[in-house]
Design a protein around this ligand. Structure first.
Ligand SMILES: [Mn+2]
Length: 400
């Protein structure tokens, strides 16, 4: 008999699907949250047959279970832990641990891709194009490579995963991977996925108007409350507000915080680690501890949400050498313009600020981080210019 304990997300369930393809009725699969795995492992030791081969995928255990697993292994027990989280790398010290974040070709791994490789190497599964395609979609989704590659299908696979129950998803996928030459969605799935995409789009549009920003240590974070669509939300908000280092997504009911970043220079697993959590460089999470609650809820609750930049302007455009006009909730005006070559300045309420910047982007980032300003619409820009013109005329008249 085999037993698989895996994560309850797409990557974790991908492992369960592969296990059932490989072992059929010989495997029992249990999906867990990050916090419930250790209890499952304890249950295994207390109740399961010691001849059962235990797989743990996409998750890692606490120190106590780490010791028990090693004792189990030393006593001849069969156990294999496969993971791709940086925070689990120390399991490579054990013969039964296999943790790879990036493969030899520099490709990010996922638990499903590692498990597939394992099953093939051990000749426990019959490989096929359909399975390989499915595994690759899961990997691209889990590592966010699908965003870079614009691999729409990977995002849709995850959306489908959330639209149906885990059992239904497993059943559909196992059946499909057994019988199809290539992986694809059926007509009904395509239809509901289209509907779901529209719904997510509307949801994100609403959330964009609820985001507040706050300084946390050396970083600027966007904070938003949301129970679902964390990845999509983190990604869209990150792109909308690139001056923010990461987005913190609060699930008050679940007492969890998710962290997402679109920036390569930020590692949100470190951010989560600071609050006792973990995860990947681009996506991580932690429990809403007292400290996290204070930082992300108490300290930000009174803040006004960020205002979006005007999007349909023809005149007030970002990076225009002539100037780009911003304002904030205090009704302060800011004009960013290029004073000299590669020297960008900010005028605050018509007074030049001391600090200068080597590019427009740097000036804008400073402005947005410190003054929460947004690019105003063309009509506000025209009003500003008209006033400038009036002032110039008045000055001219005075001189005559
Ligand atoms: Mn994973």
């Amino acid at each position: 008999m085999y037993k698989l304990l895996s994560h309850n997300d797409l990557d974790g369930v991908g492992c369960g699907i592969l296990a059932k393809l490989a072992f059929g009725k010989q495997v029992r699969v249990r999906y867990n949250s990050v916090s419930s795995l250790d209890r499952e492992v304890e249950w295994f030791f207390e109740n399961d047959n010691k001849d059962t081969f235990l797989f743990i995928t996409d998750l890692s255990v606490n120190e106590e279970n780490e010791k028990r697993l090693d004792e189990f292994y030393q006593d001849g027990g069969k156990v294999q832990l496969l993971d791709h989280h940086k925070t689990s790398l120390h399991f490579n010290d054990y013969e039964w641990g296999h943790v790879v974040v990036e493969d030899e070709e520099g490709k990010l791994t996922s638990a499903t891709s590692l498990f597939y490789e394992y099953l093939m190497t051990q000749q426990l599964i019959e490989s096929s194009d359909a399975i390989a395609e499915f595994v690759e979609l899961v990997r691209q989704y889990d590592t966010w490579e699908w965003e870079k590659n614009d691999n729409h299908e990977a995002g849709r696979l995850n959306a489908l995963f959330f639209l149906v129950s885990i059992e239904e998803f497993e059943e559909k996928m196992i059946d499909r991977l057994k019988t199809s030459d290539h992986f694809s969605f059926d007509e009904f799935e395509k239809k509901i996925l289209d509907m779901e995409e529209n719904k997510i789009e509307r949801y994100i549009r609403r959330k964009r108007r609820e985001l507040v920003q706050t300084e946390v240590g050396d970083h600027f974070a966007g904070v938003v409350y949301a129970e679902s669509y964390h990845s999509e939300l983190g990604n869209e908000l990150g792109k909308e507000y690139p001056h923010l280092d990461y987005i913190a997504i609060l699930n008050i009911g679940g007492k969890r915080v998710g962290f997402r970043t679109i920036h390569d220079h930020i590692d949100v697993s470190e951010v989560a680690g600071h609050f006792g959590g973990g995860g990947h460089a681009k996506a991580s999470g932690c429990s809403l501890t007292k400290e996290a609650y204070k930082q992300f809820v108490v300290e930000t609750f009174h803040l006004e949400p960020l205002h979006e930049d005007a999007k349909r302007n023809r005149y007030n455009l970002k990076g225009a050498a002539f100037g780009s006009l911003y304002k904030n909730r205090k009704e302060e005006n800011f004009l960013i313009f290029e004073a000299n070559e590669d020297e960008w300045v900010i005028e605050k309420n018509k007074t030049k600020m001391e600090r200068t910047f080597s590019s427009f982007d740097k000036a804008e980032k400073f402005l947005k981080r410190n003054y929460a300003a947004w690019l105003v619409r063309d009509d506000a820009f025209v009003n500003y210019l008209m006033e400038e013109l009036r002032n110039a005329r008045r000055k001219l008249n005075e001189e005559y």
